[in-house]
Design a protein around this ligand. Structure first.
Ligand SMILES: Cc1cc2nc3c(=O)[nH]c(=O)nc-3n(C[C@H](O)[C@H](O)[C@H](O)COP(=O)(O)OP(=O)(O)OC[C@H]3O[C@@H](n4cnc5c(N)ncnc54)[C@H](O)[C@@H]3O)c2cc1C
Length: 494
């Protein structure tokens, strides 16, 4: 009987890079032949949190990796299948005892899939080694010592990619492809959404550290300026084209000569927030569809399809909200403050459940990262109990952060010809002014779908009262004990 050649498999997920990839490093360390595998899983493709834009980003990332892998005469095996079924097929040709991947802090459906894979590996005598993802720790009960461990992880050396002829060759992979439905990796060439891949990620990183970061704090809340002055690294971090540790090291390297250390430090502190929120989700996975503070489970809101549709499509009659939603739908990006504002509008002013808004936004954000996303949506909805309740006034935010209304002009072109004050508050125009400026509210642009002042009052009253509810307060203590960090440790200096 012919013996099969041993093969170690790297199951790529949200770690679509070769450098500083511990799963690949560990697989190569076995000394065996190594296959890099990406499985496009049907259950995830169909999951309501995901959109075609995410799968295109992943495909672009794989194409980019394949370009890099040509020099090693290899490529990624990308198939439409299930992970266990894929390994089963591969076992027809190879002796498989080793599977490597990063730990995933993902949706409940990926947790259940991982439980299945654990059983599968156990039954098939496969060792599944999962390594830490960006400093997020598994199985911890509280945050004692967390910052120290996270910092030590970030400060540790980057891992080099050095395959020494171990990767399966292109020819061998093409032979394997005959066993599978191979994924069609083609994607639209021109798109307003950030493209995936390490090459793109490095372009954003390099331009940011070269000059863009200088305006980081000045621009972070402004929807137009933030597009330039923020790093725009979030999708590359979320899908792992870059590890957080790579970005951390790059920031540290330029710091000694930087004349804008304040901006640089404001940026690197966000990298710590990233892990902080994902860690929270890792320790509180029910946050995907229930409020972390159980006291808010009694808060019931009735669903309005009309309101939700108007919000999703940017037709609420509140220009700043409509501009944000249209921009997000088209580009997959919004800066932090505007994300917070659209959540507040949906949950407070439209009085809709945060869960519905979380699902829609996860589809639209090209950087959808479950750990950050659910925690942030709940925080902005005011359902954590421990955070300050903020009900954003979209008109005030418009005047403050889009002072000349350029952002609204761009995304709500039907208002572009108006004077700035009318762009911010078109509903305040008299019939005579509407006539004069050639616009008819309710025809050319919607009247506001709600009364901003009244709805704000209602939300404020209910949510402030709930803060004193005994269960909310009891839950506050639990959350603080389990998840909070010393505030000063969230800022890094030097
Ligand atoms: C309702 C809501 C949902 C969000 N959902 C996501 C999400 O799914 N994925 C995601 O990456 N970010 C999310 N954020 C956080 C933040 O808005 C984005 O990370 C940021 O706008 C991305 O742009 P950037 O890469 O230019 O950020 P930069 O300001 O340049 O920050 C650098 C990196 O730090 C991390 N970061 C920045 N701000 C935060 C924050 N407040 N909390 C945690 N990490 C942060 C991100 O990884 C980001 O790429 C959400 C915020 C809100 C209010």
């Amino acid at each position: 009987m012919q013996t099969k050649e041993p093969l170690a498999i790297v199951w790529l997920k949200r770690d679509l890079r070769l450098q500083d990839n511990e799963a690949i490093f560990n697989a190569l360390n076995t000394g065996k032949k190594v296959l890099l595998l990406y499985v496009f899983e049907e259950f995830l493709i169909k999951d309501p949190h995901y959109d075609i834009r995410h799968w295109n980003f992943i495909k672009e990332s794989i194409i980019d990796l394949n370009k890099e892998l040509i020099q090693y005469n290899s490529k990624i095996l990308a198939v439409n299948s299930e992970v266990a079924a894929t390994i089963n097929q591969l076992m027809q040709h190879y002796h498989i005892q080793d599977l490597f991947s990063h730990q995933e802090t993902g949706l409940l459906c990926t947790y259940h899939r991982d439980q299945k894979i654990t059983r599968y590996c156990h039954n098939n005598l496969i060792n599944w080694t999962e390594n830490i993802w960006n400093g997020v720790l598994r199985g911890v009960q509280n945050r004692r010592g967390w910052v120290g461990q996270w910092t030590a992880y970030m400060e540790s050396p980057l891992i080099d990619f050095n395959p020494k002829n171990q990767l399966l060759t292109i020819k061998e992979i093409e032979h394997l492809e005959t066993l599978f439905t191979v994924t069609d990796l083609s994607t639209p060439i021109i798109t307003p959404i950030q493209k995936g891949g390490v090459t793109e990620a490095l372009k954003y990183q390099n331009t940011f550290f070269k000059e863009r970061y200088i305006n980081y704090t000045k621009g972070i809340s402004k929807p137009e300026l933030a597009q330039e002055s923020c790093s725009r690294l979030s999708p590359y971090l979320a899908w792992g084209n870059l590890s957080t540790r790579q970005v951390w090291h790059a920031a540290k390297n330029i710091r000694p000569l930087s004349k804008n250390k304040k901006d640089l430090d404001a940026f690197t502190s966000r990298l710590k927030w990233q892990a902080h929120f994902i860690q929270k989700f890792e320790m509180e996975h029910t946050m995907e569809d229930s409020s972390i503070n159980k006291g808010y489970h009694m808060l019931k809101k009735s669903i309005s399809v009309k309101y939700q549709k108007a919000w999703q499509t940017g037709q609420t009659g509140v220009p700043m909200i409509d501009a944000c939603m249209r921009c997000l739908n088209e580009t997959g990006y919004l800066n932090f403050r505007m994300r917070a504002m659209i959540v507040s509008f949906f949950t407070h002013l439209l009085w809709q459940p945060w869960q519905d808004c979380a699902v829609y936004l996860s589809k639209m954000f090209i950087d959808f990262e479950p750990g950050i996303h659910f925690a942030q949506v709940q925080m902005q909805a005011g359902e954590t109990g421990i955070n300050t309740l903020r009900i954003y006034n979209p008109v005030k935010n418009g005047y403050e952060f889009d002072t000349n209304a350029n952002f609204i002009r761009k995304w709500v072109p039907e208002l572009a010809h108006l004077q700035t004050k009318h762009i911010h508050e078109p509903y305040a125009m008299t019939p005579l002014e509407q006539n004069l400026f050639n616009i008819k509210l309710g025809v050319d642009y919607p009247e506001p779908i709600i009364d901003l002042k009244e709805n704000r009052k209602r939300a404020s009253k209910i949510l402030w009262e709930m803060k004193n509810d005994p269960l909310v307060m009891q839950e506050n203590d639990r959350i603080l004990a389990k998840h909070t960090l010393n505030k000063s440790t969230l800022n890094i200096a030097g």
